[in-house]
Ligand binder design. Structure first.
Ligand code: ZN
Length: 92
């Protein structure tokens, strides 16, 4: 079965299958906002959730320039995740 690509790390999006029947019910990934517009894998999803939490925290603290801060954090996450994928493929 073909895998879709995670827009954050550029790796494969894992298929979720039913434990008993083995039937795949999930292969399109998760919403990658606010990191970027697109879909992401399970591992990147943790970073997405973390950034959403940060976004909520920043909403209550208006002294932050929210757009710049969230955007720069998102860029850093994307760069790190793509680097990790590259290293994983080199060692495979
Ligand atoms: Zn990913």
């Amino acid at each position: 079965m073909k895998y879709e690509t995670c827009d954050i790390c550029k790796g494969d999006i894992e298929h979720h299958a039913d434990n008993e029947t083995g039937r795949v019910y999930w292969k399109h990934g998760h919403n990658a906002q606010p990191i970027l517009d697109g879909q992401c894998c399970d591992v990147c999803q943790e970073y997405v959730l973390h950034l959403r939490l940060k976004q909520l925290q920043l909403d209550t603290n208006k002294t932050f320039d929210r757009n710049i801060t969230i955007k720069s954090m998102a860029n850093r996450i994307v760069a790190r995740r793509r680097q990790e994928t590259k290293e994983r493929l080199q060692h495979a």
